[in-house]
Design a protein around this ligand. Structure first.
Ligand SMILES: O=C(O)[C@H](O)[C@H](O)COP(=O)(O)O
Ligand SMILES: [Mg+2]
Length: 329
């Protein structure tokens, strides 16, 4: 099976020729390397082969549930070579954004809707936080009893990521801080609409409306943003506060800023491999690197042609990253 080519580039090289074109591979995780807790067949061999060819490998995930260190343990568990400094997650990128871009004040706290991955990364950069996995926030709020909802003027930002314990109390706290604390930032780790699982897909953080409107804070000719629309975890906060959050993860440039702060690569010899047109492929396009879409994650064939065809077009399309295992010894 040869790589099918989307309409952006000329002739379809074979798999070997495609790999030879690039020195640096940025791999998305969910839907590319694994779905849920199941490795995509053949991918481990492909990663080993790429390493043997001297290729640079980075992992770039919008999943905020794990810190870099925890992801490193996950790779170790699968027997896949990966170092912490090759792993970039949206929890890590959010911590760096708060610490290095916002210079978040030491006398302020972040209210976290999310899990241990976000908490671990905030701790690693010395940012104080509340909420997150705090059991108090997981106790449902009895109807009509608002006694647990009190403003905390020290909250200077609300950061929302994936949270399987989401509930009204968390939303009410986020609302209270954003609406009452002047200058309170509203950040989301990522805007993915759905999450690839071995059983199919599950709700993501919030889904994206492709407006291709450039982010107001950056050069309009280089970065196209997408707007978080109504969706899963974070979008209700947008709905009831009227605030549009800053998205840290792909396709935003903040994730690439984190990567470029630690790694040099030639954009002309770099490719982003992902399963999500709105995040991974747009991230690659925004970053001026090549893009390879795999069909083992959230993208449905209907987005590649016909009336539902996406306006985000990858350079290359293959069924699975595991297909390249035909090249492994
Ligand atoms: O809901 C989420 O967190 C995202 O959909 C999911 O985790 C995306 O992860 P990625 O495909 O960027 O590894
Ligand atoms: Mg993915």
């Amino acid at each position: 099976m040869t790589a099918k080519i989307a309409q952006r580039r000329s002739e379809a090289p074979g798999y070997a020729a495609l790999l030879d074109r690039f020195d640096t591979f940025l791999f998305d995780l969910d839907g590319v390397i694994w779905t849920g807790l199941v490795l995509v067949p053949g991918v481990a061999d492909v990663l080993t082969m790429l390493r043997s060819k001297g290729k640079n490998i980075l992992f770039v995930t919008n999943n905020s549930s794990k810190s870099r260190e925890t992801y490193k343990k996950a790779f170790d568990g699968f027997g896949i070579q990966a170092s912490v400094d090759e792993i970039f997650g949206s929890a890590y990128a959010s911590a760096i954004y708060l610490s290095q871009i916002l210079n978040f004040p030491v006398d302020k706290k972040v209210y976290v809707i999310g899990t241990k991955g976000i908490e671990d990364e905030l701790k690693s950069v010395g940012i104080n936080f509340t909420g997150g996995s705090d059991p108090e926030d997981r106790i449902l709020m009895p109807s009509g009893d608002h006694s647990s909802i009190n403003n905390d003027p020290s909250i200077g930002a609300v950061l929302c990521g994936g949270d399987h314990y989401i509930n009204y109390k968390k939303y009410a706290k986020a609302h209270t801080y954003i609406m009452n604390n002047s200058g309170c930032k509203f950040l989301i780790t990522n805007g993915d609409g759905s999450y690839p699982d071995s059983r199919g897909t599950l709700p993501g953080k919030s889904f994206l409306r492709r407006s291709l409107a450039a982010e107001p804070s950056v050069d309009h000719t280089t970065w196209h943003a997408v707007e978080p629309a109504c969706g899963a975890i974070s979008a209700p906060i947008s709905l009831y506060t009227g605030r549009t959050p800053t998205i840290i993860g792909k396709p935003s440039h903040y994730m690439m800023d984190c990567i470029l702060a630690a790694h040099d690569f030639d954009p002309a010899r770099t490719i982003m491999v992902g399963d999500n047109l709105d995040t991974d492929i747009l991230f690659g396009i925004n970053s001026g690197i090549a893009t390879l879409l795999v069909m083992t994650g959230v993208t449905d064939e209907s987005l590649l042609s016909g009336e539902n065809k996406s306006d985000i077009v990858p350079d290359y399309i293959v069924q699975s990253m595991g297909d390249f295992a035909v090249l492994a010894d």
